[in-house]
Every structure is written in structure tokens, then in C-alpha cells.
Design a protein around this ligand. Structure first.
Ligand SMILES: NC(=O)c1ccc[n+]([C@@H]2O[C@H](COP(=O)([O-])OP(=O)(O)OC[C@H]3O[C@@H](n4cnc5c(N)ncnc54)[C@H](OP(=O)(O)O)[C@@H]3O)[C@@H](O)[C@H]2O)c1
Length: 253
């Protein structure tokens, strides 16, 4: 198989589980050197070992991206140790559900801090390096892929602030896309429907039961399905930008 990202470097936030984990493996299979960002260092180290054993190159970069300084340091370390940055995948996220009236506002702040501020801090630090990569070989194009959500297209009850963050991801992405398009830094949003990951497990058992009841026995997406979508986006030729990709489980209405 031709490895379409040979010679490039990708940074993936939230690489310790779920979609980020699958995406890092997929981009490494395509030949990218990958920087694995997240707070759970042991999980990142396990993934790095898997990638290395399969002949790839991976760097463990433990960081809490809600800290602007830590997010910037993660980007700088990636460039220092892997040499460049071609692809930024802003995947780290948190979904805390429940009715807005009476909610703990700290839960709201935590979601905004990760889903929006963390994404923006990491992007802010990465853009100068992405602009440089986009002006260079091997691809003369660079990518920012932001993981939004179906909840960034349609607002649902019980998830007002999660939806607000994901609508925000869509707005930030589109504005940034316009700003960077002429310099060949593409900005894309992938909007998954329900994916079988740990995301829901940060909620109380009662909320998880409500989610189970809502989705019933439909076959959910797997993280690899989203990694495939993302791989498609970043391997397009230089003149093709997939700005938005909504991926639902077939049975999700
Ligand atoms: N699962 C779904 O149904 C679904 C649907 C639509 C969109 N999404 C989006 O997909 C993305 C990935 O979620 P997932 O489903 O794969 O869930 P997940 O397995 O819970 O992954 C979330 C990742 O975010 C990282 N993270 C959280 N807070 C962080 C912080 N402060 N600093 C650095 N990393 C942090 C976590 O790593 P650490 O804990 O190690 O820091 C973890 O690797 C999220 O943006 C989510 O909103 C998911």
C-alpha cells in the first residue's frame, strides 16, 4: 500500500482513547509520524509502543490542553522532536449531559475549557508551523481537522452546553478556514453521530441509562469509522478541501 502521509507529522489531541486513539493509529499506518497528546500518559505510552512495533514513529506528549501554556508546549515539543507539523487533529473533548436548569456550572466550564478553549489554544500554537509545512514539500498543504459533532448541527435537550461548544467548533472552523484557505492550510470539521467510546462514561449512571434508552439497540459507529473519515480528508490532493463531514450510524434518526 502507498503510504500517503509519508514524511509528514500529525499531532492528535485526546489520543489516549476512542476516536483519537484510532485516528493516531490510522495516520501512522499512512506513514505520518504522530504526536500523541492527552493527560493519561500510560495510555499514550501503550499506543506509542503499538505504533512503533508496527514500524511507525510516535511521540508521547502528556498535556492538559485546557492550560494554554501546556497546549503551546505540546505543539512546540512536537516540532522540536519530530521536525515539523503538517496535520493537527483537535479531537480531545468532554460531554457532560443533563438539564440546563440546576446544572453544576463547573461542568459547563469544563466542557468549554476542553471542547473550545483547548481546541483554540492548540490551534493558535500550531498555525505558524502548519503555514510553514503548507509552503514546503512533500505535500504543500497542511490540515487542521476539528472533531465537532452531530450535536454541533442539531441542538438536543439535555445537552445544551455540549451543543453550544460543538456549534462553536463549527463557527471557529469555518472562520479559520476562510482565513487560511489561500495559504493552503485546510480546516475541516468531522461531525460524528453516536460512536461507541468512553465519552458517555463521564456521566452519572442515570444519564448513561437515559442515553441507552434513547439510542435503543442501534449499531453505533466505531472509532475506526471516524478515523477512516479523517484519513480520507487529510489524504485529498492539495486542491481539494473537505470542509465538513457528517457521519451517522445508519440507524440513528
Ligand atoms: N463518542 C461519540 O458518540 C461522539 C460523537 C460526536 C463527537 N464526539 C467527539 O469526539 C471527540 C473524541 O471523543 P471520544 O468519543 O473518542 O471520547 P473519549 O474516548 O472519552 O476521548 C476523549 C479524549 O479527550 C481527551 N481529553 C479530555 N480532556 C482533556 C484535556 N483537558 N487535555 C487533553 N486531552 C483531554 C481524553 O484524554 P485524557 O483523559 O487522557 O486526557 C480522551 O483521550 C470529542 O471531541 C467528542 O466530543 C464523540
Amino acid at each position: 500500500m502507498t503510504r500517503r502521509l509519508e514524511g509528514t507529522v500529525a499531532l492528535i489531541t485526546g489520543a489516549s482513547s476512542g476516536i483519537g486513539h484510532a485516528t493516531a493509529s490510522e495516520l501512522a499506518r499512512e506513514g505520518a509520524s504522530v504526536a500523541l497528546v492527552g493527560r493519561r500518559k500510560d495510555r499514550l505510552a501503550d499506543l506509542a509502543a503499538e505504533i512503533t512495533n508496527a514500524g511507525g514513529r510516535a511521540l508521547v506528549v502528556p498535556a492538559d490542553i485546557t492550560d494554554a501554556h501546556a497546549a503551546a508546549e505540546a505543539v512546540e515539543r512536537t516540532v522540536e522532536e519530530l521536525g515539523r507539523l503538517d496535520t493537527l487533529v483537535n479531537n480531545a473533548g468532554l460531554m457532560l449531559l443533563g438539564p440546563a436548569p440546576g446544572a453544576d456550572v463547573n461542568d459547563w466550564r469544563r466542557m468549554i475549557d476542553v471542547n473550545l478553549m483547548g481546541l483554540m489554544y492548540t490551534t493558535h500554537a500550531a498555525v505558524p508551523h502548519l503555514l510553514r509545512a503548507a509552503a514546503e514539500q512533500p505535500r504543500q498543504v497542511a490540515d487542521i481537522v476539528n472533531i465537532g459533532s452531530l450535536a454541533g448541527r442539531i441542538a438536543f435537550g439535555m445537552s445544551a452546553v455540549y451543543c453550544a461548544t460543538k456549534f462553536g467548533v463549527g463557527a471557529f472552523s469555518e472562520a479559520l478556514r476562510q482565513e487560511l484557505a489561500r495559504q493552503h492550510v485546510r480546516v475541516s470539521v468531522v461531525e460524528p453521530g453516536s460512536v461507541d467510546t468512553e465519552l458517555r462514561t463521564h456521566n452519572p449512571a442515570a444519564v448513561q441509562q437515559q442515553l441507552d434508552a434513547h439510542f435503543g439497540d442501534i449499531e453505533r459507529l466505531q472509532s475506526q469509522d471516524i478515523a477512516d473519515a479523517l484519513s480520507y480528508i487529510v489524504t485529498r490532493p492539495r486542491h481539494v478541501a473537505i470542509a465538513e463531514l457528517l457521519v451517522r450510524p445508519t440507524e440513528q434518526v
